[in-house]
Design a binder for this molecule. Sequence first.
Ligand code: FMN
Length: 194
Amino acid sequence: MSNVLIAYSTNSGSTAEVAETLAAELTRLGHNVEVKGCREVTSLAAYDSVIIGAPMIFGWHNTARAFIKKHRLELAAKKTAYFACAMRLTRVPGENLPGIPLTLDPNLVKDPAKAGKKSFKENFTTIGYYLKPMLAAAPKVKPLNVAFFNGKLEMFRLKWWQAAFIMIVVQASPGDYRDWDAIKAWAQTIAAAV
Ligand SMILES: Cc1cc2nc3c(=O)[nH]c(=O)nc-3n(C[C@H](O)[C@H](O)[C@H](O)COP(=O)(O)O)c2cc1C
């Protein structure tokens, strides 16, 4: 049994629900789990393992990156895993990726629409483009796994400039695309590793 912290950040709330679902599954599998917003966490001393989750909001949400930077020394000595919720993820064949195990929600990840050529929007949604700042936040922290889950988008919750970015760059259709089975399956992978 491991003492696990799931620290999350969110823009519109849906990543908090993903964190709670992961926690329920890890608890069912015998771990001691706490879920907290990244900004609520003052110390990691009580935990053996830390899972950090956040949506892609102009890159992985900056609250999560700041959390990892702030706690990098403690995190480097613990078991960690990261997850991101997103509306678009582009897998570029042959892309040079860091050697961290990845879990890609099969309904989220797509090949470029035109083989061999990324479109404007696809440039900003590749696995490598997303991963780089996630890992750069604390290069000595080596997550056991990084998961990308399909997210949830509700335009009425957004500020106008956020909605504009979504429409122009991400070009995602509003809706709840979270795949709870994929999320629970990842919790099972992590439960076995922590
Ligand atoms: C301003 C803004 C920027 C976003 N940028 C991206 C992005 O670059 N790539 C992507 O796949 N999704 C992007 N999204 C979609 C969110 O990552 C997705 O809706 C997520 O599930 C929201 O989680 P939350 O409810 O916890 O905030 C963006 C959403 C907003 C509001």
